[in-house]
Design a protein around this ligand. Structure first.
Ligand code: ASP
Length: 359
């Protein structure tokens, strides 16, 4: 009787031990991938399969995983709901929560890689931020979709499947944060959303793709450009917020007082989405000079979506105290400037320029 009882309890313990929280058995030959969900169109639903109206962030991560056939054959999966917003509402607060959670999970032996589900609108910003503050060489993959889950030919399920395949692939180690969408693998440094609504919205025009992923078959061609993750000098340990940095959008006859207005509102740094090669009209250039003289860094990026901003182009940065964003578009230059100012609010112009070139 005693032996029977003992065996029964042993069986129960063993059963519990091999079951994941959602009732799936653990395969010790597969990597353990944690999926952190933040919302976006990939978790969006609409009233009609052919209508364009929908709401982001409606489907939970468990429902998303369960909707993808064979995904559990790629890895042992566990989902966590970090946020559930359209990424137009992504914030520094969520970035810090996400990055801290990733660092915590990847520091353990139980997690081999992370997949983050996210909206496409600000995906490149979250990817770039994480690329600078995640302290692990384990894979961190961002996935998203252009069509909501209820749409005809929804692209989310295959993107999620491919994202998990990339996270589970041993060759994905040490490549920094990557974005997997539409069968392509992009680096956080190079990826850009260049089209508003088509499925092929993301490109890496300066550096090209890191690789491709076809129904889970992963192929890498290149290494990412720029310093990232374990080699990054930035840390969010104990950081509760980041200094405010605003972006001024350049155009013909732009208002030169915008820089001053933003500084008055509390901006500790300014990025100009300049015309052409990071240019701005004479009045704005003078306003930029005034700001830099007061110790407010001004970075010249470009509203042109592709290409880098020359250090000695039409603007000689030394004359105005400005910095070129090099390859970084305005939204990524803003993130780097926020982290740089968080690290050292009196960072020199030269050091800032070096960062823009190296990250
Ligand atoms: N507005 C959505 C978002 O970024 C768009 C998308 O996910 O495609 O969350």
């Amino acid at each position: 009787m005693k032996t029977q009882l003992f065996l029964r309890s042993l069986l129960t313990v063993l059963l519990i031990a091999v079951m994941l929280p959602h009732g799936y058995s653990q395969d010790n030959n597969l990597p353990n991938i944690r999926i952190l969900a933040t919302g976006g169109t990939i978790a969006g639903t609409g009233a009609s399969a052919t209508g364009s109206a929908y709401t982001s962030g409606k489907v939970t991560i468990d429902a998303m995983i369960d909707a993808v056939p064979n995904i559990r054959k790629l890895a042992n999966l566990e989902g966590e709901q970090t946020a559930n917003v359209g990424s137009q509402d992504m914030s520094v607060e969520v970035w810090l929560i996400l990055a801290n959670r990733i660092n915590e999970l990847l520091a353990t032996d139980e997690v081999d890689g992370i997949v983050i589900t996210h909206g496409t609108d600000t995906q490149e910003e979250t990817a770039f931020f994480l690329n600078l503050v995640v302290k692990s060489d384990k894979p961190v993959i961002m996935v998203s979709s252009m069509r909501p889950s209820t749409a005809l030919s929804a692209d989310g399920p295959l993107n999620l499947y491919n994202g998990v395949a990339v996270a589970a692939n041993p060759n994905s180690k040490g490549k920094g944060v990557m974005v997997v969408i539409n069968d392509a693998i992009h680096s956080a440094h190079a990826v850009k959303k260049l089209l508003t609504t088509p499925v092929q919205a993301f490109m890496s025009p300066e550096h090209g793709l890191l690789g491709t992923v076809n129904f889970g078959l992963v192929e890498f061609f290149h290494e990412p450009h720029g310093i990232h993750t374990v080699n990054s000098e930035f840390s969010i340990d104990g950081v509760k917020e980041l200094p405010r940095v605003d972006i001024v959008y350049g155009c013909a006859d732009m208002s030169p007082d915008l820089i001053e207005i933003m500084v008055k509102a509390g901006a500790k740094g300014i990025v100009i989405a300049g015309v052409g090669d990071g240019n701005m009209n004479a009045g704005t250039l003078e306003a930029a000079k005034k700001a830099t003289k007061k110790g407010i860094p001004v970075v010249r990026a470009a509203r042109v979506p592709v290409g880098s901003v020359l250090i000695h182009g039409e603007v000689v940065d030394e004359d105005y105290g400005t910095v070129s964003s090099d390859e970084l578009n305005p939204q990524k230059a803003r993130i780097l400037l926020m982290l740089a100012l968080q690290k050292d609010k009196n960072m020199s112009r030269e050091k800032l320029q070096e960062l823009m070139i190296n990250y």
